[in-house]
Design a protein. Structure first.
Lengths: 109, 501
């Protein structure tokens, strides 16, 4: 199994979820995060004082999938989340040893 | 959110409630109109007049016993007014307006609470709300046991009068038109409660300026003394009939609803405290001003709208009767000044800071309101607009200048209430269209006396507290947040389990 951790723009979350649904990926965990890669921040202003905002809001979507479908899922996520501008985000893959269902206690492979 | 809510979703429910309110309001108004008595007739001018003047020619009492019973009660009510029965209608309406206005001024505390909460960090929210809650309560209590009689002592030396607890304010004609005539058309209790609501608003101005780093106990002690002692003392100089009646070559100081005795008073007290307190950590670093953002612009905006709403009682109620001419004028000038202040501060911040700043626009509205508070009943509608426009510019400049001078005021209280309070007082002389004989010098002396005295009082009292117990929380507590340090509470608890973690 692979843990696919995607960090995407907040306004792309719906598209990514639709793509995952099309591939019958049933579960995911979504977190609001802040960060940046190469994307520069922007200048904000509060009561007359400018300041730099470089920790930008993003959304992290985690799914755990079987090895066999991982590549397909990754490609679908990237297509859904891409805008072509700097700041589109990243996808990280890590191996997962086991996965247990809490309700049934079953261990998936 | 329930996807099947359909037409009875949130919007639909709001619509239904509004419709119900509208229908009941119209029904109530229609009923009131139907039962309003005809205009009163002049009473005969005879000293020992015993017969109660009837409001209108009345039909013979019906044979129906129920009607006789109501009739007797009503006549008794009129008789309580004694010789002032002729003014019953005007008096009653004025008194109703007064107590409604008192309630509107009370709403301003809700406005202050939400505004200050919105413009400060979430880790200090409980602390801010606690201070606001305490101040309104202690303000009312001290005004009842000391302030009212110190504020309005009647005959006194013009400078200071001891306070005392209020007695039965309905006694000795206090519940009749004779209490204050047309100029003060309310009962003694009406007078008390309206003024009591004002007192606490003056002290709460300080709570915003000292936010996020002041120690709770010394602040509460200071606020109690400020609203309990200083407010009625300094207020007696003007509204209590004190020495400021001699200003403007004997024409008297003009401050219609308290630009000086409430707003400048609070603003300059705040300035003294802020100077003694010092800025928040991390605000002024390496010669740079660092923004420390408020955590909820929604609450801030709600707060300002509530303050504007309450200001209709603050200024409107200061007409001190239901006199239609001044009442309509004051509502108009108050509204126009608020609007002008909001627009000018927003535009100026847009031009000078490249982007329109919401918090500046909100402060601008308040600036306009403070600016018109001194003169709402003596200026024209167009003058009110000008006064508001200038107030918006003043508050913008003041916020920036204070920051440059390293005077940290998280909510802009000193700029809104201090700077624009002074402007409102001077604007009296500049825009008075009633020929009241006001001079810039006279007005300036008055506001200098009020603001300066508030400043000195605060410097001394807060200074003593600083020496005795310290007025600032530790750096660690400031970093962690006063909610946890002072109150052991969080305003926004995050992960919570039923059991203690």
């Amino acid at each position: 199994m692979k843990l696919i951790k995607s960090i995407v723009r907040p306004n792309k979350v719906d598209e990514v979820r639709d793509a995952l649904e099309k591939l019958s990926i049933p579960g995911m965990t979504v977190t609001e995060v802040r960060g940046h890669g190469r994307q520069k921040g922007h200048t904000a202003i509060y009561r007359g004082k400018e300041y730099n905002v470089s920790l930008l809001p993003k959304v992290e979507i985690e799914v755990v999938v079987a090895d066999a479908v991982a590549d397909e899922v990754i490609a679908a996520i990237i297509t859904a989340a891409r805008t072509g501008e700097i700041g589109d985000g990243r996808v990280f893959i890590t191996p997962v040893e086991h996965s247990y269902n809490i309700r049934t206690g079953e261990r998936d492979i | 959110m329930n996807p099947r809510s359909g037409v009875f979703g949130r919007a639909g429910r709001v619509l239904v409630v509004l419709t119900i309110l509208l229908v009941s309001l119209s029904g109530g108004l229609a009923a009131q109109e139907a039962s309003a008595p005809p205009p009163a007739q002049e009473a005969e001018a005879e000293a020992q007049m015993q017969v109660v003047a009837q409001p209108a020619p009345v039909p013979e009492p019906a044979a129906d016993e129920a009607e006789d019973e109501y009739r007797a009660d009503y006549d008794a009510l009129i008789e309580e007014q004694g010789q002032y029965a002729y003014a019953f209608d005007f008096f009653t309406i004025s008194m109703v307006w007064t107590v409604i206005a008192a309630g509107l001024v009370f709403i301003m505390h809700l406005g202050f609470a939400t505004l200050e909460t919105g413009l400060t960090q979430s880790k200090n929210t409980v602390n801010i709300l606690f201070k606001n809650m305490f101040i309104v309560c202690i303000g009312l209590l001290t005004y009842a046991v000391w302030g009212f009689n110190s504020h309005y002592p009647g005959d006194f030396n013009g400078f200071f009068a001891l306070g005392s607890a209020i007695g039965d304010l309905n006694a000795d004609g206090g519940s009749t038109f004779g209490y204050g005539g047309v100029a003060l058309a309310m009962t003694g209790y009406g007078d008390f409660i309206f003024q009591a609501m004002f007192a606490a608003t003056a002290a709460t101005i300080v709570s915003g300026a000292v936010a996020e780093r002041v120690k709770l106990l010394p602040f509460l002690i200071f606020a109690t003394l400020l609203v309990g002692l200083a407010y009625p003392w300094i207020g007696s100089w003007h509204w209590g009939g004190g020495w400021m009646g001699g200003l403007n070559d004997g024409n008297g100081f003009k401050d219609f609803a308290g630009s000086a005795v409430v707003h400048a008073f609070g603003g300059f007290a705040a300035l003294a405290c802020v100077l003694l307190l010092g800025p928040r950590h991390g605000k002024y670093v390496d010669g740079q001003i660092r923004p420390i953002q408020g955590h909820n612009m929604g609450l801030a905006a709600i707060g300002v709208f509530l303050l504007w709403f309450g200001w209709y009682g603050f200024n409107g109620g200061s007409v001190l009767s239901a006199s239609p001419g001044p009442l309509g004028l004051v509502f108009t000038t108050t509204s126009l000044a608020a609007a002008a202040g909001g627009v000018s501060a927003a535009v100026v911040s847009w031009v000078f800071l490249k982007k329109p700043d919401l918090s500046m626009g909100l402060n601008g509205i308040l600036a306009g309101l403070v600016g018109i508070t001194a003169n709402a009943d003596i200026v024209s509608a167009m003058s009110a607009i000008v006064i508001g426009l200038i107030a918006g510019v003043i508050v913008f400049a003041s916020v920036l200048l204070l920051d440059r001078a390293k005077i940290d005021d998280p909510v802009g209280a000193i700029s809104v209430h201090g700077a624009c309070g002074v402007w409102g007082i001077l604007a009296c002389a500049l825009f008075d269209n009633t020929g009241g004989g006001l001079t810039i010098v006279g007005q300036f002396i008055g506001v200098l006396a009020v603001g300066g005295s508030a400043f000195l009082f605060s410097l001394i009292v807060f200074g003593i507290l600083k020496a005795a117990m310290g007025v600032r929380v530790s750096a660690e507590e400031e970093a962690e947040g006063l909610d946890y340090g002072e109150h052991g509470m969080e305003a926004y608890p995050h992960f919570q389990t039923a059991r203690e973690m």
